[in-house]
Write a protein that binds this ligand. Structure first.
Ligand code: FES
Length: 70
């Protein structure tokens, strides 16, 4: 299934595991539903508060200015 790009706000000094399989019940974040699919989550360590733009299971952009709108 094709997904539109969408932003996800990350906080400085936090680690996130983004869903790359599309099965998570937690939206952009991995909830372990990928197990057995051969797909792995995408780890991301935020060194600053920013918007991470996700599309089809990949990070396509990191926008450090969180005031930028989409
Ligand atoms: S639930 Fe999708 S990658 Fe983990």
């Amino acid at each position: 299934m094709k997904q539109d790009a969408f932003p996800f706000k990350v906080e400085a000094n936090e680690t996130y595991f983004f869903c790359a399989c599309g099965k998570s019940q937690r939206g952009a974040l991995c909830d372990g539903s990928h197990k057995g699919s051969g797909v792995r989550s995408i780890p991301f360590q935020a060194d600053k508060t920013a918007l991470v733009v996700l599309k089809e299971g990949q990070i396509i952009e990191v926008v450090p200015d969180v005031s930028k709108s989409f």
